[in-house]
Design a protein around this ligand. Structure first.
Ligand SMILES: Nc1nc2c(c(=O)[nH]1)N[C@H]1C(S)=C(S)[C@@H](COP(=O)(O)O)O[C@H]1N2
Ligand SMILES: [Mo]
Length: 318
């Protein structure tokens, strides 16, 4: 893709797509190796079909987390997605219906008292369940506001019983190229990986999501279990997680492995630090014509600023 230089927000949406820029460059190299792309089964994009957890919804809303803007329309938030396992375009909802949600097992391993594998519904039953309204800011400079349901990641970390030597938690998305044709694209470092420090994972804002808009989270939004970290760029919020590993080594995430000059470990929302290819000063609010100034830590500084004391020398933004 030709990069046209613009001043700040003259940038077109189509140019603020770091991931796509990579696809276009790399696909020229990788196209031959990738082989044919299978056409996936089409299905309805409706949430809740056949999901055994459907009866849990809606969860009671936690009033502590408030918004400064209206909620994004459900239809938009469930149709405009980033989920590269199903393609690099925003409309992957139909393709994502190929994902099979049960059985779904979660593996907990690494530096923990007792490694284990447990069933998704078993985990859900043990966790405190609630709804929270959060802003979401993608590194591509668009944002939305969503009612998520799920449980605090802090409760999950307590349950996993990490050893004192664990400094990070590494999350891994499912790997199954037969249901996720994007995973046949060999130039990507599948599976999708993300990581947090133990302090970040234990922060009250870190939320493991199983639901959205008072229903089970749709497949295209990362069913049956995804992360939501409202103070970080959206790519940190890994979808369809199957494994949590506690470790003393900083995990290298999917996007960092692909483009370490553009994406790094911390990825805290910061309007003062531009992405190497565009400004982060403002965001396009999905479903409106509005552009708002982006807030540091996406407006969640009161909850998370202390996590980064003494880390000013780090590349906190990417
Ligand atoms: N496994 C996986 N998780 C992912 C992604 C992805 O491609 N694969 N995209 C990330 C990005 S860039 C964003 S902005 C959010 C989008 O979440 P949404 O589609 O629910 O809005 O998911 C994140 N989690
Ligand atoms: Mo994103």
């Amino acid at each position: 893709m030709g990069i046209r230089r613009n001043k700040g927000w003259e940038l077109r949406e189509s140019e603020a797509t770091p991931e796509s820029a990579f696809v276009h460059r790399r696909s020229l190299v990788g196209a031959i190796a990738a082989g044919p792309i299978l056409v996936s089964a089409l299905g309805s994009a409706t949430a809740g079909n056949g999901d055994p957890s459907a009866g849990l919804y809606p969860a009671k809303r936690n009033a502590r987390y408030t918004l400064d803007r209206p909620l994004t329309d459900e239809k938009l938030a469930t149709a405009y997605n980033n989920f590269y396992e199903f393609g690099s375009q925003k409309s992957i909802a139909d393709e994502a219906q190929a994902l099979k949600l049960r059985p779904w097992t979660i593996k907990i391993d690494g530096l923990v008292e007792k490694p284990m594998t447990l069933d998704m519904d078993d985990l859900l039953r043990r966790m405190p369940f609630e709804e929270r309204l959060y802003r979401h800011r993608c590194v591509e400079a668009w944002s939305m506001a969503v009612p998520w349901s799920g449980f605090a990641m802090a409760a999950f970390v307590d349950f996993a019983k990490p050893l004192g030597s664990a400094k990070y938690v590494r999350m891994e998305t499912f790997l199954d190229p037969t249901t996720a044709p994007g995973q046949k694209q060999v130039w990507y470092p599948w599976p999708y990986i993300e990581g947090l420090t133990i302090a970040e994972a234990g922060n009250e804002l870190a939320f493991l999501v199983t639901g959205m808009y008072g229903k089970p989270v749709p497949k295209q939004n990362g069913a049956p279990l995804r992360l939501v970290l409202p103070w970080k760029y959206g790519f940190k919020s890994a979808k369809s997680i199957v494994r949590f590993s506690f470790t003393d080594k900083r995990p290298v995430s999917f996007w960092e492995a692909l483009a370490s000059n553009e994406y790094g470990f911390w990825a805290n929302v910061n309007p003062a630090v531009p992405h190497p290819r565009w400004s982060q000063a403002e965001e396009r609010v999905l479903g409106t014509n509005e552009r708002r100034p982006t807030l540091k830590w996406n407006g969640y500084g009161e909850f998370v600023a202390h996590l980064y004391d003494g880390l000013q020398g780090e590349r906190l933004f990417v």
